[in-house]
Ligand binder design. Structure first.
Ligand code: ASP
Length: 434
């Protein structure tokens, strides 16, 4: 029998997870049993993916940078990558602002609902505010200081420090380019082999993906808030979703215009990574799979994926910035505030910066939203309004974050002459999509 393609297996796992949770939820012991016996497998799956992130970045980025042969092509690619990332983020925020100004979801919130939401979620909102304020107290150059670790072992011990690991890997790669070949060769060969091992580990983890997402989705269903709140926030959620869909359309267009690759080629290649982004709500956890898909299924050469994707996972979050723009204006509307054109332009700037500063983990976008709200003079307590639907929207915006990284890596690869044909590794027998 022909094996089901990986993305169908994952999708099946997701659907079954939801169905099983809905059925078990009807029993008094149902949610406890899901929490005790199903959810842990989801956590194990995410942990396994995260476990791979730091070694993968180290191995593939060191190899990728040292393969570039000279520093000037590295700086050219760096400049291209960062500028494309900033442009797509500005497009995303603008789309968000356009949608929320047209739909005006905040006007559909009655005062009663508003007060109810503030009361139910005020405590949670407060926690996010405190987290954000800690980050805000730092000086203007703190973000730059944070990129340079003072200890690489320390930096590697926390997935939130991904930029520090990236910095070390690029620095190490540059060192490798600059030393004589006789000394660099053994080091490169080591990282080549190391990289292959990590890729194999990703293959093995992906064998468990359908079961992992089953557990993740089942756990999410039992933890979901009441349907009434969902309904009240329906227009807001719809605005975010429309914006995110438009953004996916923008990527497909960009990829088609710049690389002549069709939307179906792109989406087929990316589907497993997108489904995983949806299930895990974390671009960082999805990174290993994104890298593998973009390289093997979209044909982007390793020198580009190893550089563009880890950086993208940490700083390019178009879905997050779009959501921040919609959420900020929605909260302002719900509080009866009229935002001037100037304030909205300010939101473009702060949401772009805030998404760069957001960690690639679940819920991070909401913490940074506090900064966007403060800058625009919107009541921060308004966070409580959007709390109830944040998790499902987080899942959707993470899909866009990951898709954006892949689209940009294709464009950069094309510009660098590093876009080839897809090639699934042939020794890769037990990979599920074969
Ligand atoms: N969960 C998102 C990500 O990891 C970040 C966010 O928007 O909260 O990409």
């Amino acid at each position: 029998m022909k094996k089901l393609a990986l993305h169908w297996q994952i999708l099946l796992g997701m659907v079954l997870g939801v169905v099983v949770a809905l059925v078990l939820n009807n029993f008094s012991w149902g949610s406890q049993m899901i929490g005790d016996w199903i959810k842990p497998f989801g956590t194990i799956f995410i942990n396994a993916l995260k476990l791979i992130a730091v070694p993968l970045i180290l191995a593939s980025l060191i190899k990728g940078v040292s393969d570039l042969k000279d520093i000037s092509s590295l700086s050219k690619m760096g400049l291209r990558t960062i500028s494309t990332y900033v442009i797509t983020t500005v497009i995303a925020v603008s789309i968000g602002l356009m949608v929320v100004n047209v739909i005006k979801p905040g006007n559909s919130i009655s005062e009663g609902t508003r007060n109810e939401l503030v009361e139910s979620y005020g405590g949670e909102a407060q926690k996010r505010q405190e987290e954000a304020h800690q980050q805000k107290e730092a000086g203007p150059l703190q973000a730059l200081v944070d990129i340079v670790p003072d200890n690489i072992i320390g930096a590697s011990s926390n997935n939130r420090n991904m930029l520090q690991v990236i910095f070390f890997a690029i620095f190490f790669g540059i060192g490798l380019i600059l030393i004589p070949e006789s000394s660099s060769k053994p080091v490169k060969d080591f990282f080549d082999g190391f990289n292959e091992v990590i890729l194999k580990m990703i293959d093995l983890i992906m064998l468990a993906a359908p079961y992992g997402v089953f557990a993740l989705l089942a756990a999410l269903v039992v933890e979901a808030p009441s349907a009434d709140l969902f309904a009240a926030l329906g227009m807001y959620a719809l605005s975010v979703l429309i914006g995110l869909l438009l953004m996916i359309g923008v990527y497909l267009l960009l990829v088609w215009v710049f690389t002549k690759k069709t939307p179906s080629f792109f989406l087929n290649g990316m589907a497993p990574a997108q489904l995983l982004a949806f299930s895990t709500s974390s671009s960082a956890a999805t990174l290993p799979v994104t890298m593998e898909r973009v390289e093997e299924h979209l044909g982007v050469k390793k020198e580009v994926t190893s550089f563009v994707l880890p950086i993208g996972a940490t700083i390019n979050m178009d879905g997050t910035s779009l959501y921040q723009a919609v959420a900020a204006v929605f909260i302002a509307q719900a509080f009866g505030m009229d935002l001037s054109f100037g304030t909205q332009l300010g939101i473009i700037a702060t949401a772009t910066l805030a998404s760069i500063g957001s960690a690639a983990v679940p819920g991070a976008g909401m913490v940074m939203l506090v900064i966007v709200l403060a800058q625009a003079g919107i009541p921060e307590a308004g966070l409580a309004l959007i709390f109830a639907v944040d998790r499902p929207l987080d899942m959707c915006r993470t899909v866009v974050n990951v898709t954006g990284d892949a689209a940009v890596s294709m464009m950069v690869a094309k510009a660098q002459g590093k876009l080839g044909e897809p090639h699934v590794r042939d020794w890769d027998d037990n990979y599920p999509h074969k």
